[in-house]
Design a protein around this ligand. Structure first.
Ligand code: ZN
Ligand code: ZN
Length: 184
């Protein structure tokens, strides 16, 4: 039960955070792009040290899905609660670790092999997301990257279609106004 709760907090928490917060922010939001993808600052600084309210809010919203899932698991049993809390601790350690490329972290080959085995996001992978916000989704697990990208491109195509429809509507309205003016 301990191990199950731990895995659920990390795997389901990452899915919820990625698809309910991170990707929607990339598609429609501003907060995450303005804070987490602010290229003018070191991302060790804003992911770990910063007390800026906007940066903290982005962090809290990203962490919320993990916390909600842990809150559901805790009442099940003592072992489930311990596993959920340990999962949250590991998740937080991973946040710190994945932002350490800024401090010069380079994963040794055995860490890379181990991480690839579990599809775990390396600091080098997350660095890719900071360099190009369209790649390397998933906080902890890399298997969320492909579906996240597919979701993002679908959201963008919807946006494009809506924009085109609005433009067409505006053109029709303009033609109507012109015709009415000519008739008058
Ligand atoms: Zn980051
Ligand atoms: Zn992002």
């Amino acid at each position: 039960m301990f191990f199950l709760a731990l895995v659920i907090v990390l795997v389901v928490g990452d899915a919820a955070s990625t698809f309910l917060y991170h990707v929607p922010q990339h598609a429609w939001g501003r907060l995450h792009l303005r804070t987490h993808h602010d290229r003018s600052r070191s991302y060790w600084d804003h992911a770990v040290l910063s007390k800026d309210p906007e940066i903290l809010l982005d962090g809290i919203l990203g962490a919320l899905p993990y916390l909600v899932i842990a809150a559901f698991l805790c009442p099940i049993s003592g072992w489930a609660a311990a596993g959920a809390v340990f999962g949250l601790v590991l998740g937080q350690l991973h946040v710190w670790w994945r932002h350490t490329t800024d401090l010069g972290w380079r994963s040794p080959p055995w860490v890379v092999r181990l991480a690839r085995l579990g599809s775990v996001v390396l600091p080098e992978d997350h660095d890719g997301h900071h360099r190009s916000p369209d790649i390397e989704f998933g906080d902890i697990f890399r298997f969320y990257d492909a579906p996240a990208r597919a979701f993002l491109s679908y959201a963008r195509s919807l946006q494009r279609r809506r924009r085109n429809a609005m433009r067409r509507l505006q053109r029709i309205k303009a033609v109507r106004v012109m015709r009415n003016a000519q008739r008058a």
